[in-house]
Design a protein around this ligand. Sequence first.
Ligand SMILES: NCCC[C@H](NC(=O)CCC(=O)O)C(=O)O
Length: 441
Amino acid sequence: MKAREVNFDGLVGLTHHYAGLSFGNEASTRHRFQVSNPKLAAKQGLLKMKALADAGFPQAVIPPHERPNVPVLRQLGFSGSDEQVVEKAAAQAPHILSSASSASAMWVANAATVCPSADSVDGKVHLTVANLNNKFHRAIEAPTTEALLRAIFRDEKTFSVHSALPQVAMLGDEGAANHNRFSGDYGDPGVQLFVYGREEGSMLAPTRYPARQTLEASQAVARLNQVRPSQVLYARQNPQVIDQGVFHNDVIAVSNRQLLFCHEHAFAAQAQLLAELRRRMPGFMAIEVPQQAVSVADAVSTYLFNSQLLSHEDGRMVLVLPQESQEHEGVWRYLNQLLAQDNPISELKVFDLRESMANGGGPACLRLRMVLTGAEQQAVNPAVMMNDTLFATLNDWVDRHYRDCLTQDDLADPQLLREGREALDRLTQLLNLGSVYPFQR
Ligand SMILES: NCCC[C@H](NC(=O)CCC(=O)O)C(=O)O
């Protein structure tokens, strides 16, 4: 069986809410304190997974994390019973409770960086968990992400899961959202492009918003993942677009096989980067969208580039987009021109992901892509693979356990903590994960 790309999507957690936690992510800031609908959010994500699985793209699911994160609240000095810990945090530091309750683990493009076996020195599939150091609510994801990935990629002969880098700013790592892999067939050796926003000691950095990914982190991830040095390339993000809200590279660029679809202002020294890719990757093609056709601001508000580029077996590509890019006249016009032109993109698929989008997470943020050979696919915990049965099971699970309305004040409710644990305990059984959450240990 040929190697395929399998997309692992994050399942939205029960405490999905809008807290404005991500400075530099304009959607997050704009929707602060709005009322969220966790049930709808989870269902919107499940519908995307199911539709793509039905269209023939291998699809799997990664579960949410335990929230509120009581161990982290204890680490910050809140004490007593679990309920008292939550109650005290709500009274004394509601923003901390919000961070400890964020469902941000749903954006699994930031869970890890993946190296397929075709690119690694030891021939294993490598995953390095991201430390997400730039934001407190995201930095706390790493330990549970690691436990979940180990429960899904259990077979140590096939997979190698690496812990997150040390939690310091110099090693800020945001995972696959800043990583592109180019290849011929998926199973061919590829070129891995690591994109970073800043480098220790360098003044070349954005001034308004933070650059989350560092070169030092990217280099460490490439080492841990055993990417053959001849197959690695590093490129700096254009700091000016970071300052316009492009907090991850996947907000301004997406790639698949030999194709890079990006904005003309995505990278610093873009012309040199594209020349290098052309030199290294036979058949490389770039579609650079000019500012004149789609401005950076419109790219950020519609998430045109936070799309998924997926290959059908016959080589045709589908662009999976959020509804916001269909609703924008200019962006939609551009997309239809793109379809008519000579390039591999032959189809657009549009999804309503509004709940996630309002926190700055589009179709690409919600998935971690992995190139796997047939044997490697067999080695994945089969219970996480999306199919009719799992889709029905998870929808039913969501119906039973999720609320359809959540505000900041609700986070203080000790009942929410109990609901979450009950639901996740059930989920670990449904997905055959064993004990992965702190409350289960
Ligand atoms: N890849 C998309 C990630 C989106 C994520 N948003 C958030 O965490 C917003 C959470 C809030 O503001 O409630 C982030 O910025 O890392």
